[in-house]
Ligand binder design. Structure first.
Ligand code: PLP
Length: 401
């Protein structure tokens, strides 16, 4: 039976639209479809495969570790070399004093753990998030989802969260000494690649410091080189109390973590002991892959490449925007290789995404901003590939009425 038929019968879907691309193989920035076509991947699994698909160093690390051991005990109960080494590398890359990581498996889990930590540290209950935020879909993360219609069906399950407008300086006054934690994406991803105004993250930091609220940076999309630095915290020069990683941190394998000072993370091991536990958190194969991926980013100069290719892409997109029929493109924005182009409507954006797909280029809109097309290729992307993507996108924009 065809994969599509098996999927239709037996796989729980996430949307009413069945997936139409069956991937047979992926390499670098290319996906090879069962339809015999090659696609240029400008999504990277939504900011996951930052070192490109099947990077030989990552593949080798996965194979080697799987041969040694894949799972021996729940997280934290056996010493595991890849875990300890990856933790040390991340501690060296994150801004001080974030020198330790509690490993988990998915981003939403890391969000939940961070909310628990904020409540535990402060002894308070108030939580603040931002309109347009996406933090994942567990109950805790969903409570921080900055779109009321997504929360509504599950409202009875969700802890109360106050939502503030993203990027609004005056609204920060609503963070008070009753606030346990404030969770923010330094650049909103699903909200439409929204970069906050200059100085806003610093003002948010200052208000959290003044009130004693824990500032949690959700760097699940922005982290591990995506914004042209290891973390948005470093790029913007603002250090949170807690920093979350997932997506690219496992080099394409499932891995997530909560970064904080070591003494803070100890709170998960006390009152009661095992105050937070996970079976697969920090899976050794994922940690080995993540460690290999960090090495690739360093050796291949991918932070610098993300910055240079991001600038080339932004420039090219702005030229296309200027040439496009009036009003078709509303805005081009982004940092590093986290770029969004906002169109005049979801219908325009969808038509362009489909046309690009026909031209061999994979793009996607954002969950909460269907008018905005995201560009988040692997950080290994070359000038030739950026130019190829721009040519396909330009043709699609011009052909869409
Ligand atoms: N936070 C951000 C900023 C995300 O973009 C995502 C996923 O897209 C998540 C959290 C949730 O991560 P996961 O899907 O691994 O639970």
């Amino acid at each position: 039976m065809r994969t599509a038929d098996l999927f239709a019968r037996h796989v729980g879907p996430t949307s009413p639209w069945p997936p139409s691309l069956e991937v047979m193989r992926a390499q670098g920035c290319r996906l090879f479809g069962a339809d015999g076509r090659t696609y240029l991947d400008f999504i990277a699994g939504i900011a996951v495969v930052n070192v490109g698909h099947c990077h030989p160093a990552v593949v080798e690390a996965v194979v080697l570790q799987a041969r040694l051991y894949a799972h021996t005990m729940v997280y934290g109960e056996h010493l595991q070399r890849p875990q300890a080494h990856l933790a040390a590398r991340l501690a060296a890359l994150a801004p001080p004093p974030l020198d330790a990581i509690y490993f988990l498996t998915t981003g939403a889990e890391a969000v939940d753990a961070a909310l628990k930590l904020a409540v535990k540290i402060t002894g308070r209950s108030g939580l603040v998030a931002f309109e347009g935020a996406y933090h994942g879909d567990t109950v805790g993360a969903l409570a921080c989802f900055g779109a009321a219609n997504w929360r509504a069906p599950f409202a009875s399950l969700l802890p109360p969260v106050e939502f503030l407008p993203f990027g609004d300086f005056a609204a920060l006054e609503r963070i008070t000494s009753a606030t346990a934690g404030v969770i923010v994406e330094p650049v909103q991803g699903e909200g439409g690649i929204r970069v906050p105004p200059e100085g806003w993250l610093a003002a948010l930091r200052a208000q959290c410091t003044r009130t004693g609220a824990q500032l949690i940076f959700d760097e699940i999309q922005t982290g591990i080189g995506r914004v042209g630095d290891w973390f948005a915290a470093r790029r913007f020069g603002v250090t949170p109390d807690v920093l979350l990683v997932a997506k690219a941190v496992g080099g394409g394998m499932p891995l997530a973590g909560v970064m904080a000072p070591r003494d803070v993370l100890r709170r998960f091991a006390a009152e009661p002991p095992f105050a937070h536990i996970t079976t697969f958190g920090g899976h050794p194969v994922s940690c080995a892959a993540g460690l290999a991926a960090l090495g690739v980013i360093e050796r291949e100069g991918l932070l610098d490449n993300a910055e240079r290719m991001g600038a080339r892409l932004l420039d090219g997109l702005r030229v296309i925007a200027a040439a496009a029929p009036a009003g078709r493109v509303r805005d081009v924005r982004g940092v590093g290789l986290m770029i969004g182009v906002e169109h005049d409507s979801p219908a325009t954006a969808r038509a362009i995404v489909e046309r690009c797909r026909g031209g061999g280029l994979i793009l996607e809109t954002n969950l909460l901003s269907e008018s905005t097309i995201r560009f988040s290729p692997p950080l290994i992307v070359t000038e030739v590939e950026v130019d190829e993507a721009l040519a396909v996108y330009r043709a699609a924009v011009m052909a869409t009425v």
